[in-house]
Ligand binder design. Structure first.
Ligand code: GLA
Length: 440
């Protein structure tokens, strides 16, 4: 009926733990996946401030987004980075050979923005490209400019740097990505380092060396750019989980696979598809960079992006990237991520396009063996105690998910058992087994 794709749980956890202890970029940053806002997917290279001053790539846009993060509860949930992408600079360097922001669109310079962020407990990210030009044709950072550009970003007090790879070749990249890592470290300023290198090399070994990447970068794009469509989200999900044996060991505290931005809040996804993106980005331990207009975001999209349990799962301190453990003929797929405190997350995803599908299984069929568990549906908040052997049914909407946070069930409290031996009152010790505070 179904095929178990996962390895034995114990083997898997052991294997991941072994790789976790080995290598990570030694800048102490991003021990959990970074969270914030990134301009590209929603705003692209819109520099037409004359006609659309509210939505063009300019100081005002980043200030507006910072205000929203600060005032609308995003910051407290961990969304702290405000990241500039392509098209921020002038087409020429200054007399000293440094990159310079377009003074019309960034009149206060990048330093004004970093100050603005820091005053509010936020962080600023910026973008560059390892080749002669950025993808949109702005000045790149070829090998001989790496040191000066790293220093410029540090002088501007930037906190994160995305290094793209357009207009560079494999040989340049082999030198440039490590050189930039060293150059950023040499500035003495902690700057999170996002590398697009693997995405330009097909994302897989032998061309991509994930051990090396983990030593150089805090996160890296492995695959193509996300677009505002379900097709795009699904193609990323499929690629990541088809290659999970290569990708999951690469991730861990300080080093993350980046399946690209969250497009929740935009135009291309239904409510169910938005939940699917959020749920599976949490399973993947993915960086959570929203790319949407936070000034006008709907309540529905906001509640998905601000779901505390999903964020807690995404940010779990163990930093294990989850896996697809089942692919059913019915079109249901099951994903699993081990979490700290003997907890875990499960996602039931439906590829179907007909109607909600009633999927029947049991925890023991999904590799759970510890008798009974407390299960919380992260979207409805409903909880239940489930024995591993008990069959249950979840109803999964087309292109949607059901997501569970699973922790050990409490021991029976004997004072709740009356003399007749039947249960009276709660069957588990709620406090002992409470969901970690981050979820409350
Ligand atoms: C590439 C990157 C995108 C974005 C654009 C900017 O396509 O993958 O994320 O940065 O360049 O031009």
């Amino acid at each position: 009926m179904f095929v178990l794709l996962g390895m034995n749980l114990a083997v898997l956890v052991f294997a991941s733990a072994a790789t976790l202890t080995t290598f990570a970029l030694d800048n102490g940053l991003m021990r959990t996946p970074p969270m914030g806002w990134l301009a590209w997917e929603r705003y692209r290279c819109d520099i037409d401030c004359e006609h659309d001053p509210k939505n063009c790539i300019s100081e005002n846009l980043f200030i507006d987004m910072a205000d929203r993060l600060f005032e609308d509860g995003w910051k407290e949930l961990g969304y702290v980075y405000v990241n500039i992408d392509d098209c921020w600079s002038l087409k020429t360097r200054d007399k000293q050979g440094r990159l310079q922001p377009d003074p019309k669109r960034f009149p206060g310079g990048i330093r004004k923005l970093s100050r603005y962020m820091h005053d509010r407990g936020l962080k600023l990210g910026i973008y560059g490209d390892m080749g002669n030009y950025t993808c949109m044709g702005y000045p790149g950072t070829p090998l001989d400019k790496i040191a000066v550009d790293a220093q410029t970003f540090a002088d501007w007090e930037v906190d994160m740097f995305k290094f793209d790879g357009c207009y560079s070749n494999a040989t340049d990249q082999e030198q440039g990505y490590p050189l930039m890592s060293k150059a950023l470290n040499a500035t003495g300023r902690p700057i999170g380092y996002s590398c697009s290198w693997p995405a330009y090399q097909g994302g897989l070994p032998p061309k991509v060396n994930y051990t090396q990447l983990g030593q150089l970068c805090n996160l890296w794009r492995n695959y193509g750019d996300i677009q505002d469509s379900w097709d795009s989200v699904l193609s990323i999900i499929d690629w990541v989980f088809e290659n999970q044996d290569v990708l999951t060991p690469a991730a861990g505290p300080g080093r993350w696979n980046d399946p690209d931005m969250l497009i929740v809040g935009n135009f291309g996804l239904s409510k169910d598809q938005s939940r699917t993106q959020m749920a599976l980005w949490a399973i993947m331990a993915a960086p959570l960079f929203m790319s949407t207009d936070l000034r006008v975001i709907s309540g529905e999209a906001r509640s998905i992006l601000q779901n505390k349990m999903i964020i807690g799962i995404n940010q779990d301190v163990l930093g294990f990237q989850g896996r697809r453990i089942l692919k059913e003929k019915s079109g249901i797929e099951v994903f699993w991520r081990p979490l700290s405190n003997n907890a875990s997350a499960l996602v039931f995803f439906s590829r179907r396009t007909d109607m909600p599908y009633r999927y029947k299984t049991s925890l023991s069929k999904l590799n759970y063996t510890a008798d009974s568990y407390k299960v919380t549906d992260v979207f409805t908040g409903k909880t239940d105690i489930l024995k591993d052997s008990t069959d249950f049914v979840v109803s999964v909407n087309p292109t949607g998910v059901v997501m569970w946070y699973i922790s050990a069930a409490g021991k029976l409290r004997f004072h709740h058992l009356s003399r007749d031996g039947k249960l009276h009152g709660p069957a588990y010790a709620a406090k002992e087994n409470a969901i970690p505070p981050v979820f409350l």
